[in-house]
Each structure stands twice: as structure tokens, then as C-alpha cells.
Design a protein around this ligand. Sequence first.
Ligand SMILES: Nc1nc(=O)c2c([nH]1)NC[C@@H]1CN(c3ccc(C(=O)N[C@@H](CCC(=O)O)C(=O)O)cc3)C=[N+]21
Length: 270
Amino acid sequence: MKAEMAEKVKDFPAKYGRVPHLVVILVGEDPASVSYVTGKAKASAEVGIRNTTIRKPETIAEEELLGIIAGLNADPEVDGILVQLPLPKHIDEEKVIAAIDKAKDVDGFHPLNVAALWQKQPCTLPCTPKGIVKMLKAAGVEIAGKRAVVVGRSNIVGLPVSKLLLDENATVTVTHSRTRDLGEVTRGAEILVVAIGRPKFVTADMVSEGAVVIDVGVNRDPETGRLCGDVDFAAVEPKAAVITPVPGGVGPMTICCLMENTIECFLRRM
Ligand SMILES: Nc1nc(=O)c2c([nH]1)NC[C@@H]1CN(c3ccc(C(=O)N[C@@H](CCC(=O)O)C(=O)O)cc3)C=[N+]21
């Protein structure tokens, strides 16, 4: 994907006079957030997208952050705005996301983009759910008619990926912390998407032979301190038809979709 996008972007200066410009706002110094933001800058460079990262201290006032967003909204040379989440507790995340121009919302988190998604109208799709469906298709997984089980009901992954799978005509079950007999439900999955944020939560006994397993988790393994997913990969991989690893699966795909969304926002403005 990155090579294809780079090929396309190469022609943009001649065609449009400039390349797409993504602005990432990072508040505070959480090491995980710093590492994700660095990943986004690196991918931008590979694709030929201009990246500006604005770093602000943890103590920034909500008003100042909203002021920065207003400036970026008004800047004709900014195509995409991403505010790295989570934000410090004194800042209202919903208010900040809603302040971003919907046309520059490369995350697809703006309430108008969310509404458009649920109404099947054209919109910027959230990066992780979009990447998951792309991966399934690229791997030749038929989605229509399949039993898909989503573990987790967050606004950024669980809910939107459920909607996208429904749009692909899967029969979707959304499970969560209050689901009874979770293992029984997940064993019924032909496609299992796990996004709950608990290291190695999904064990081999919860997965049926031949299932397609998508692991959205980004956790630290409490024993080794290494990055790990929500799925116990070593135990589940032998049973799965296909499975995404962590690292090297959904995370990099999310970043690719962010690049794609940035290009789409740019092209809509041209
Ligand atoms: N406004 C906003 N948009 C986001 O898209 C967003 C966010 N806030 N806050 C945090 C989450 C998390 N997220 C990841 C993206 C890529 C990897 C990724 O590429 N991970 C690598 C490993 C990276 C490493 O080694 O730390 C991998 O899985 O192979 C992980 C996590 C985007 N998020």
C-alpha cells in the first residue's frame, strides 16, 4: 500500500502544486503516544506526505488546544488533522474532536463522520476498522454470510468495525465485558476481531479450528515487558486459518489507512 501511495503522491506536485499535509498534535509525553506519533511521521516520509507534529505540554489549556485546531482548520495548506488520544483528563476529548473540520478529520472520529458511517454515506472511515476489512479482503477471506464476532465495543474500533462487517454482509455479534459465556460466543466465530486491550486475553479454547483471527490489541506482556496483542498468538495460531500478529499486524495497517485517508482528504480539497 505504501509503495502504491508513494507512486501516486509523486505526481501531486506537478498536478496540484503540493503534496498532502498531515498535522499531528501530541499533548504530553506518554511513551506509547510518542512512539505512535513517530510511526506516523515515518510512514508519512515513506509515502511522500508532508508531516508536521505539534508537541504541547501535558498542562496545555483546553482553550489553547482549541485555538490551535481553529488555526489548522483555517489553513489552506493543511489537509489532515490528528489529535493523538488519549488527552489529559482536564481536556474534553469529545469537544476537541468535534472542533476539527470534518473534512480534515483523517481519523474519522468527528461526530459527523461517525453519523455518515452509520448512515452508509460517504465519509472518512476510521483507520483501524478500515484496515481490518482491507486485510480480510487482501487475504481472500469471504466476509458475506460469515459469522463474525467482535470482542469490544469501543467507539474507535469495536463499534465501527462491527458496522463495516455488517456492511460486508457478515452476521455480526458484538461482545463486551458483560457478555456471559464469552468463550461459547467466540467459538462460534468464523471471523474473530479482538479489541479489548487485555494482554493474551483470548486463549486457544475460545477459538474454533479454521477461524480467521484479527488481533487489535497493543499491550505490554506483564511477564516479558514486550509488545503483545489481546490474543495468545502462540496458542491460537495453530488453530487459526489466518491470524494477525502483534507487532506487525493491525497497527501498521492502521497507519497505512491514515496515510490513505490523508490523501483522500487532500484530493477532495483539490
Ligand atoms: N487520534 C488517534 N488516532 C489513532 O489512530 C490512535 C490514537 N489517537 N491513539 C492511540 C491509538 C493506537 N494506535 C496505533 C497505531 C499504530 C500502531 C503500530 O503500528 N504498532 C506497531 C508497533 C509499534 C511499537 O513498536 O510500539 C505494530 O503493531 O507492529 C499501534 C497503535 C493509533 N491510535
